[in-house]
Design a protein around this ligand. Structure first.
Ligand code: ZN
Length: 253
């Protein structure tokens, strides 16, 4: 299985438009973060988790020519606003499978109503096949995917486990029985927004506490704000099995 980090930034991305914060002005490419998303590939299958506003550029940058489906964590704009840019995949491949919680599917239907139109549909609009995710394992081709139910303040969000890889973003709290589903995975990805606490995201300290409960071989932090600091400096402060993810990072497992 191969994981590619397409984006590792929080909702505004880094740099923030117009910001003169030192991290936004950094020339280190690891300090430039598109909105959060990963590509998960195994055998000949390619799935993307979330498709935020940077989706088009992320697909170009990763050289991604085919997707077998999109899996959504939740409906916030930084995770869905690239949905229209599935069009090139739709034109080449036909209807694109999407996987999401019932509430997320409802939100997509409302915000991208033309995609779901059945009568007099605009010919350039893409068509999708919807698959509802409940909090129980589901199949993507030959892979069993285990949803992890987490909370983003009050909002329900899904994380996902693929074999020995678990991906959780936009987490603020996780019940113990959900943590059990990912105990001792090889690679855990989880969000760490900044140093200061935040109402709906783990800060660095909460993310590190969560990582020690899960006890993975390696953990990577994502959904990062400029307020976390410079990549090179923050990484020096982390435990030896914890790393900051960066855009373009690939992991094979
Ligand atoms: Zn987000």
């Amino acid at each position: 299985m191969k994981i590619t980090f397409l984006g590792t930034g929080t909702s505004q991305g880094i740099p923030i438009i117009g910001s003169s914060h030192p991290v936004c002005l950094s020339e280190n490419s690891k300090d430039k973060r598109l909105r959060v998303s990963v590509l998960v590939e195994w055998d000949n299958y390619t799935y993307v988790i979330d498709c935020g506003p940077d989706f088009r550029y992320q697909m170009l940058r990763a050289g991604c020519k085919k997707i077998d489906g999109i899996i959504f964590t939740h409906e916030h704009s930084d995770h869905v606003m690239g949905f229209d840019d599935i069009r090139p995949f739709y034109f080449r491949q036909g209807d694109i499978p999407i996987y999401a919680h019932k509430r997320v599917l409802k939100s997509l239907r409302k915000r991208f109503d033309y995609v779901f139109e059945t009568e007099n549909k605009y010919p350039g609009a893409p068509t999708v096949v919807t698959n509802r995710i409940k909090n129980k394992p589901f199949q993507l081709n030959n892979m069993e995917v285990i949803p992890i139910n987490v909370k983003h303040a009050e909002l329900q969000v899904f994380g996902f486990r693929f074999n020995d890889f678990a991906y959780l973003t936009d987490v603020k709290s996780v019940k113990d029985k959900e943590i059990e589903k990912i105990k001792n995975v090889k690679v855990l990805v989880v969000n760490a927004l900044r140093i200061e606490p935040h109402r709906s995201h783990f800060n660095l300290e909460e993310a590190l506490q969560f990582i020690s409960k899960v006890n993975p071989e390696k953990a990577y932090l994502t959904h990062i704000s400029h307020l976390l600091g410079f990549h090179a400096e923050v990484e020096k402060t982390l435990p030896k099995n914890v790393f900051l993810a960066f855009d373009g990072l690939q992991i094979n497992l």
